[in-house]
Ligand binder design. Structure first.
Ligand SMILES: [Zn+2]
Ligand SMILES: [Zn+2]
Ligand SMILES: [Zn+2]
Length: 153
């Protein structure tokens, strides 16, 4: 806790300037001070809500929803910078959507939905393979040899 440089009064932990002599408590406190957007009161940095009207002074992260007290410029939870965070979020959402769509197409291809070609070629060859001319030709050959006339008599 700092004390007033002007009159030596104790820092009340809330004010930016001494409530007795109106001197700033410290350069750091003055530098980190933020103005309440609702009532215009000056608050010290790091306060979660306005000392005058109790309005929230937290910067809400658009990515994780965590509230970070001022004057931080990055989310205390996920580290995302507040500046341009909304644009980056929508860009990431778009990339995630594209990834989901291309992934779905890949799943359809792997699942065998395009199996028309494989099924057609495998069925055609087996049916024509059965032939029934083998048994008839063997019977004719055997009969011809048995019926041959005796040559040497
Ligand atoms: Zn003072
Ligand atoms: Zn306020
Ligand atoms: Zn965050």
């Amino acid at each position: 806790m700092a004390a007033c440089n002007g009159c030596g009064a104790n820092d009340d932990g809330v004010s930016i300037v001494c409530r007795f002599c109106n001197a700033p408590y410290s350069d750091e406190i003055s530098r980190n001070a933020i103005r309440c957007a609702r009532c215009g009161a000056t608050n010290r940095g790091g306060r979660p809500q306005c000392v005058a009207c109790s309005a929230s002074l937290l910067a809400m992260c658009v990515l994780c929803g965590h509230g970070t007290p001022p004057p931080a410029t990055d989310c205390a939870k996920c580290g995302e910078a507040f500046l341009g965070a909304a644009e980056r979020k929508s860009q990431r959402d778009a990339e995630r959507m594209l990834g989901a769509v291309s992934g779905a197409i890949g799943n359809i291809a792997r699942s065998g939905a395009f199996d028309i070609f494989g099924g057609g070629s495998s069925g055609s060859g087996t049916g024509a393979g059965t032939r029934h001319d083998a048994s008839s030709s063997r019977g004719g050959g055997g009969g011809g040899r048995n019926g041959a006339p005796p040559m040497d008599t």
